[in-house]
Structure formats: structure tokens, C-alpha cells
Design a protein around this ligand. Structure first.
Ligand code: ZN
Length: 275
């Protein structure tokens, strides 16, 4: 690993070049089912549309394909996180850095959005209400949060053109394992008409270390991989993901942080927070 890896983490996936013909919704549905997306299941999707495109119907075509693959009994979930710099209104505040697919998804009729001022998620389907119900402010991705509920419901995690660096369920694993690092960020909240800024603690770092999970899952045949549109897709069970990550965190609680001498400011901050 080199010190620049952290900065590249977020630029790399969206910039991946896409070539080839337009995928139809039917083709995407077929690819999702072949990958192992479970009809009637709960599916948490992190996606970079730039990696998947071109898709007939654009991001909305991809959303329709995901919902068709899940069927009427399935629940589709996407992160719609925000920067916490202004009062969060789940009906109007745009997501930040979650991609165009998630941004369009939460705006669709019948899609619910949770109310965490920084860590909101959107969901559609039979379990949407349960997944989006109110949660504690900290940790944003703990057992009592949308990702925690996807995990409790036996859901699947789909990474569509992104890596495990974007996989929020690994923050759930950190919470369950009780990792010793935590970084707090100022977040605007409104309670009873009073607006104030609170510090919300989370297990934050550059998240490049999350990519180690690829090897851990592949070694045990616990990750399905394939093409969806032009994107490389990874699919795994949320419970399996958490179990495997917690096992590694039990051996080394700092396994996801960049080494101390690698010049990663975010991981150094997390490391400095360890009591
Ligand atoms: Zn780092």
C-alpha cells in the first residue's frame, strides 16, 4: 500500500471507464438474479452509476431493474447520507457523495427515508418502515440503525461498481466488535423547533482498509462476483460479512486502519483517538 491510496479510494470507482452497449432493464435483472440477488429479500445497494452505465432508462432504469429483481416482496435500501451542515429534512435535503442512483431513488413516490441528520438511508418495500424508523444519533451505523436492521433481517449487500471501501455494513461490524477508535463530527440537529450543533461520534477513517474484506470473503467462497451492466459487482450476506469482519477485528481491533507510518491523516486521527 502507498500513502496516496486513501485519496484515490473515492476517485477510482466513479472514474472507471465504461464501454460497450446499452444494457436493458431485462438484462440487468437477469444479471442481478444470476449474481444471487434473492427475490423477496432485503437488499442494501451501494452503487456508482458511472461504472454501471449505459443503462436503458438511466439511473431510474437501474432502480426499476433492482426492484424487479427483488420482486414485490423484496425491500431495496440505499444510503442517502448528508453533510450535517444544515437542518436535515428527509423530504428535501440532497444526499452527499452517495451517487445519482441513490439520490434519484429516495425521491421516488413510495420510498421512505430515515431521519438521522447525517446518516440517513432510503428504503422501498415491505420492510421499509422498519428499516427507516428513528435511531440513536450515535453510532450512525450501529445495530439500531438502518444497516443494523438490514443485518437483523438477514439482508444482502450489493456493491455495484464500488469496493468494500463504500460498504457501510463494515461500520456495523466495527460497532459490534467495539473497536477502540472514534471520531466526532459537528452535525446540525433540530429538536422541538430548536436548532443546534451536536458532536456525533462514529468509527470513521479512510475506509481503504475495508478492501481487505475481499480476500477474507473470497478465501471462503462467501462473495459472489460478476458483471451488472458494465460494473464489477460484489454480493454477500450482511450476516456473513459482519461475522467475518468481527472475527478479524477480534484478532486486531485496528485491522481496518492504514499503518501508522503511511501518512493517512484520517486513519492517524482514528488511531490518535484510541484510549
Ligand atoms: Zn487510511
Amino acid at each position: 500500500m502507498n500513502p496516496d491510496l486513501c485519496e484515490r479510494a473515492f476517485a477510482e470507482a466513479p472514474e472507471r471507464a465504461t464501454l460497450g452497449g446499452m444494457s436493458t432493464e431485462a438484462e440487468i435483472v437477469e444479471q442481478l438474479r444470476a449474481l444471487g440477488v434473492r427475490p423477496g429479500g432485503v437488499l442494501l445497494v451501494h452503487t456508482s452509476f458511472r461504472a454501471v452505465r449505459p443503462v436503458d432508462g438511466g439511473p431510474l432504469g437501474l432502480i426499476r431493474a433492482l426492484r424487479t429483481a427483488l420482486g414485490p416482496g423484496g425491500t431495496l435500501v440505499m444510503p442517502t447520507m448528508t453533510d450535517g451542515e444544515s437542518v436535515f429534512d428527509p423530504r428535501s435535503t440532497p444526499s452527499v457523495g452517495m451517487g445519482i442512483t441513490a439520490e434519484i431513488f429516495w425521491r421516488q413516490p413510495g420510498v421512505l427515508r430515515s431521519t438521522h441528520p447525517g446518516g440517513s438511508f432510503a428504503a422501498a418495500g415491505p420492510h421499509a418502515e422498519e428499516i427507516c424508523r428513528p435511531q440513536p444519533l450515535s453510532p450512525p451505523h450501529g445495530p439500531d440503525s438502518p444497516v443494523g436492521r438490514v443485518h437483523a433481517l438477514g439482508g444482502q449487500v450489493l456493491l455495484l461498481g464500488v469496493t468494500h471501501s463504500e460498504n457501510t455494513t463494515l461500520h456495523l461490524a466495527e460497532a459490534i466488535a467495539g473497536v477502540p477508535y472514534s471520531v466526532s463530527y459537528p452535525t446540525v440537529v433540530e429538536e422541538g423547533g430548536v436548532v443546534r450543533t451536536v458532536m456525533i461520534a462514529e468509527t470513521d477513517h479512510c475506509c481503504v482498509g475495508f478492501r481487505k474484506v475481499d480476500d477474507w470473503l473470497r478465501a471462503k467462497g462467501l462473495q459472489r462476483e460478476g458483471k451488472v451492466g458494465n460494473a464489477h459487482a460484489r454480493l454477500c450476506e450482511a450476516r456473513v460479512l459482519v461475522t467475518v469482519a468481527v472475527e478479524h477485528l477480534a484478532t486486531d481491533p485496528l485491522v481496518f486502519l492504514c499503518p501508522a507510518d503511511h501518512g493517512c491523516a484520517e486513519c492517524d486521527l482514528a488511531r490518535a483517538s484510541v484510549p
